[in-house]
Design a protein around this ligand. Structure first.
Ligand code: DGL
Length: 261
């Protein structure tokens, strides 16, 4: 099994991308819907939750883990790598690698939750790869609730996106990283507001490509992963909103399984 976890349902954008590249592989997803959002919480609290989530996925047979949640990846990747002996694919490195391939001016924008932006995880990774890059990072805390309300095409959402992106626009970035599970759902409005000249990096497809590449190089692991197209969606709380968001992201009816952690 490939194990994927997120703070809630938004991480299904990553599952959607994974299933486009690895459609046969069995996957078990855990969305911590009872404790979402993580993006407004302290790093210590997020780390505590993440360690529990990893334990839960291991107990459900995960042999490789995808940390779909940008907030979790920003603050907890090192701790998870120290505590668990399992390959871990996180969203930040693949997104940064793609962004650095794309940028010509080395002026890169990053948007994410408050916790992600405060952690400077994206910034540090970008500067590690190319120290002369100008990185402009903006926290966009209102975007997650807007997506969760399904306000993808509302004029109010477009107005808020425009306001958040203003700082990046005046800095003339040429590449923008969507550093949050929910933002791919707002990609159209983000592209409209930042301008067609800016290349948008969607972390969900970057992580899918990274996982596919990893498995291609580790046949001994890949051979042990089930390939029966199974997808289990475990969540710590079920609400009609969570079900609706899951349907909206995966584009088909889904069955969420309630699990206590
Ligand atoms: N999954 C989170 C992320 O990608 C967004 C939602 C939350 O704040 O928990 O950062």
């Amino acid at each position: 099994m490939i194990g994927v976890f997120d703070s809630g349902i938004g991480g299904l954008t990553v599952v959607h991308a994974l299933r486009q590249q690895l459609c046969d592989h069995d996957m078990v997803y855990f969305g911590d819907t009872a404790r979402t959002p993580y993006g407004t919480k302290s790093a210590q609290t997020v780390i505590t939750y993440v360690l529990e989530n990893v334990g839960l996925l291991l107990s459900h047979g995960a042999k490789i883990l995808v940390m779909a949640c940008n907030t979790a990846a920003s603050v907890a990747t090192d701790v998870v790598r120290q505590r668990f002996n399992i390959p871990i694919i996180e969203v930040i490195s693949p997104a940064v690698a793609l962004a650095m391939k794309s940028t010509k001016k080395f002026r890169v924008g990053v948007i994410g939750t408050r916790a992600t932006i405060q952690s400077k995880a994206y910034e540090n990774k970008i500067l590690e790869m190319h120290p002369a890059t100008e990185v402009y990072a903006v926290a966009c805390p209102l975007l997650v609730p807007l997506v969760e309300e399904g306000w993808l095409k509302k004029p109010e959402t477009a107005m808020i996106v425009k306001k958040y992106l203003h700082h990046l626009k005046v800095r003339q970035i040429d590449t923008l990283i969507l550093g949050c599970t929910h933002y791919p759902l707002l990609k159209k409005v983000i592209q409209r507001k930042i301008g067609p000249q800016v290349h948008i990096i969607d972390a969900s497809s970057a992580v899918a490509a990274e996982l596919a590449g990893y498995l291609a190089q580790h046949a001994e692991l890949d051979d042990h992963l089930g390939k029966n197209r199974k997808l289990r969606l475990l969540v710590s709380d079920i609400t009609p909103q969570a079900e609706e968001l899951a349907r909206m992201i995966l584009k088909h009816n889904v069955e969420l399984e309630h699990i206590r952690c």
